[in-house]
Design a binder for this molecule. Structure first.
Ligand code: ADP
Ligand code: MG
Length: 279
């Protein structure tokens, strides 16, 4: 394998160029140089402009590859953005605030976000969209559910790699903890989760979603003092997203039912009694 630049005249220049570009990790330059060279010749571009065009292509591609890598590393259950989010469906949500947050300045300021509301109101969608925005702006992101995170922490503790996992969790610029409150936590689980929030406090941003209002969080953590200390840290620099409203899914299925015409040739049956209804 060739490892250094060779001046050997016997090796064709394209072979050498391919080798050097691989070594320098410039895949886009490698893929595009012939095409861009032909364009440069056609457009009468000088060497500097030719090189600039190629280097720009590499930069654009590199940025895209990095965003994709961050999205993969975040382990989102789905990729969702605000482009597909209907703000009119959830009037309690402060749209200007959300759009401001999508610019990710809160990540730089190490502030937190807590989204609270009943099931189906778009909390997961919104935090996925915020996570995606953060990936696009160059921040490392990790997505997890509260139950999943506690499970991971317990497993790491049993396998004596808790410190390593805690270090990983503190290093990520945005940690998204979805669905806090659906499952009550064990004492150990609550303490481990508290430690994660505590370690991130004022160091990096955390987004938490919950179906429970703050005054019911003691039922999640099973301990009033721990809950108090946790809320104290989490809400120190926080943006609250009020997401109480009608379930989006329910609304959609109702709308679908309204849209669907009643079949004429099938008898209609009362869903509760099973009796045939007059057509
Ligand atoms: P939650 O996490 O609050 O229970 P989800 O975010 O899982 O709710 O929303 C349920 C489903 O409805 C998802 O498929 C989500 O994309 C969709 N959804 C919810 N709210 C909206 C909205 N305002 N605009 C578009 N889709 C929405
Ligand atoms: Mg959800």
């Amino acid at each position: 394998m060739m490892t250094t630049a060779s001046t050997e005249t016997s090796t064709p220049p394209r072979v050498l160029l391919t080798h050097h570009l691989r070594q320098l990790k410039l895949p886009t330059v490698l893929r595009e140089y012939e095409k861009v060279a032909a364009e440069a010749a056609r457009d009468g571009l000088d060497h500097i402009r030719f090189l600039l065009r190629l280097v720009e292509l590499e930069l654009i591609d590199r940025e895209r590859r990095m965003v994709e890598r961050r999205i993969r590393a975040a382990r989102f259950p789905a990729v969702k953005s605000f482009d597909t989010f209907d703000f009119t469906a959830i009037p309690s949500l402060n749209k200007p605030l959300v759009l401001e947050l999508a610019r990710c300045e809160y990540v730089v300021a190490r502030e937190n976000i807590i989204a609270i509301g009943n099931s189906g109101t778009g909390k997961t969608h919104a935090c996925l969209a915020l996570g995606l925005a953060a990936c696009q702006r160059g921040f490392s992101v990790a997505f997890t559910t509260a139950a999943g995170l506690v499970h991971q922490l317990m497993e790491a503790r049993d396998e004596k790699r808790l410190l390593r996992l805690q270090a990983q969790l503190s290093a990520v610029k945005l940690l998204i903890v979805d669905e806090l409150g659906y499952v009550p936590l064990s004492q150990t689980g609550a303490e481990l989760l508290f430690e994660v929030f505590s370690q991130r406090h004022e160091r990096a941003s955390t987004i938490v979603t919950s179906n429970l209002p703050f005054d019911e969080w003691t039922s999640i953590f099973g301990n009033q003092r721990l809950t108090g200390a946790l809320l104290d840290r989490l809400t120190h620099h926080v943006h609250i997203l009020e997401m109480n409203g009608e379930s989006y899914r329910l609304r959609q299925s109702k709308a679908r039912r309204r849209m669907a015409p009643t079949p004429i040739d099938e008898p209609r049956v009362d869903a509760d009694t099973g009796e045939m209804l007059p057509s």
